[in-house]
Design a protein around this ligand. Structure first.
Ligand SMILES: [Zn+2]
Length: 496
């Protein structure tokens, strides 16, 4: 595959992005039936005639899903439709038993909004939102026997319809232009901001690794003097924030090489390969005519009253950017300090740790130093570490009440990260408590003094600095589980 050097790409072309994010709502039941939506159940145990598309079954709309769609629309500064309908999007695919997807077409529930996205250096890019519409998820195909998990070369395929009919909101941006060399970064920052927003709204668990937040990245290039957009490709289901950035960047370098060689870009879907960082051709992209959309005859139109919309506006929580401004003021952070915390994804974690009872400064220190190192070593985002803010707050409390020293606390955190349970359990299991029992400490001190009589003599002569050697010996004997300050006091007391 020919790729053009990135600096040449941005010197010769302007990228245009379009991002489509699908978010699975965390409603208890599916979009048009009462089946549960929990992730990870045995295949085909969460199904009924409606979500299996059996003849004669009829859909009934999930009101909670409509509510979530409106709240998402409001948070994205969208207009909320006074009247809109579902549409049938007709296509055959084995994971979609009805042979059509119930979606929205030219009448989305929310449209014409924007999201302000802050880049790492603090620059703000306003991304226009074309629409946010409701639809249902498809089932899942599992291709067995092929090398890549894709259908090509597979021996057979299995179908799981548990996901069929799970409520989805698809959020589509307007074309994002004028970002130049920062296009990949803008794409990542947009998905990050959207994820944080959806999380704050508590409408989805936004787990990219479990597919509850999925991004399709449309990318095209236009020559510097061109007046029309180029042909775009759509890279499907990019499943991490980092991959969004890599996929956009890769498509830019690939398309530029094709165009520079006199070729043309095919309008097609592409797959992103996490291992190579490359995209590969999928199917030729259908145009909307191919889907033969028509209004869904089995569902009545949705006409949210303005009173209801206003009421839902009142339920919007403090949104991430408002929260950041408040926290900046409360913690007395400079713009740069706040930005650093935001960039490592620590703000909400620190705030949640403080909410769980820890002093904000302590919480900040844990997340930006020891835990940031752990995340770095594992190559994951801070929020992906298997430790919760409440657990960090519990560790901080154990240090504050003298149960743990800082060094022991780090071992407890290691234990939590290793899946050994809650902090208190790790303390118990690993036997990490500070030895606070003075009689045990006296014994260890006496032993150390007896083992080093010359040092003991010096201390008795008033050479207090020599006490360090004894303290060190006691700490070693207690495997670091003694409070060094207390040990020192006891050594001096014994040598009076
Ligand atoms: Zn069902």
């Amino acid at each position: 595959m020919e790729l053009m050097d990135y600096a040449d790409v941005v010197a010769r072309f302007d990228p245009v992005l379009g991002l489509e994010v699908h978010v699975e709502l965390s409603t208890n039941t599916k979009m048009f039936c009462g089946c549960p939506t929990a992730f990870g159940a045995e295949p085909n145990t969460q199904v009924c005639p409606t979500c299996l598309g059996l003849p004669g079954s009829l859909p009934a709309l999930n009101g909670k899903a409509v509510e979530a769609a409106i709240r998402i629309g409001l948070a994205l500064n969208c207009e909320i439709a006074e009247w809109c309908r579902f549409a049938r999007k007709n296509y055959f695919y084995p994971d979609m038993p009805k042979n059509f997807q119930t979606s929205q077409y030219d009448e989305p529930i929310a449209f014409d909004g924007y999201l302000d996205v802050t880049l790492e250096d603090g620059e703000v890019v306003r991304v226009g939102i074309e629409r946010a519409h409701m639809e249902e998820d498809t089932g899942k195909s599992l291709h067995v026997g092929g090398a890549t998990g894709r259908i090509h070369g597979a021996d057979y395929s299995l179908l799981d319809y548990n996901r069929a009919g799970v409520p989805l909101i698809e959020i589509v941006t307007k074309p994002i232009t004028g970002t130049g060399e920062r296009a990949p970064e803008v794409a990542r920052a947009y998905v990050t901001a959207l994820r944080d927003l959806l999380k704050a709204l508590d409408v989805s668990d936004v787990r990219m690794d479990q597919g509850s937040l999925r991004c399709d990245a449309n990318v095209s290039l236009m020559a510097k003097d061109a007046t029309e957009f180029g042909t775009r490709t759509e890279t499907k289901n990019v499943n991490s924030l980092r991959s969004v950035e890599r996929a956009v960047r890769h498509e830019m370098t690939r398309q530029a090489a094709v165009l520079a060689a006199g070729g043309s870009i095919l309008q097609e879907t592409r797959h992103f390969d996490e291992a190579t960082g490359h995209t590969s051709a999928g199917r030729r992209k259908e145009t909307s005519e191919d889907y033969r959309y028509f209004p869904e005859p089995d569902l009545v139109p949705i006409a949210p009253s303005r009173e209801w919309v206003d009421e839902l506006r009142g339920t919007l929580p403090e949104l991430p950017w408002e929260r950041r401004r408040r926290i900046q003021a409360e913690w007395g952070l400079s713009d740069a300090e706040l930005r650093d915390l935001v960039n490592v994804g620590a703000v909400d974690l620190i705030a949640a740790t403080a909410d769980a009872g820890a002093p904000a400064a302590e919480a900040r220190s844990w997340w930006v130093s020891y835990l940031a190192q752990q995340a770095n070593t594992r190559g994951v985002e801070l929020a992906e570490l298997p430790i919760t803010p409440a657990q960090v707050a519990a560790v901080i409390a154990l240090v504050a009440d003298g149960t743990l020293t800082k060094a022991l606390a780090r071992e407890v955190v290691d234990g939590v990260l290793a899946g050994e349970g809650e902090p208190a359990e790790v303390v118990e299991k690993r036997g990490l408590k500070v030895v606070s029992d003075d009689s045990a400490l006296y014994a260890a001190v006496d032993e150390a003094l007896a083992a080093q009589p010359d040092v003991a003599a010096k201390i008795r002569d008033g050479k207090v600095a020599a006490a360090g050697a004894i303290v060190g010996a006691v700490m070693k004997a207690t495997k670091g589980q003694a409070d060094a300050k207390r040990v020192r006091e006891l050594v001096l007391e014994r040598c009076q």
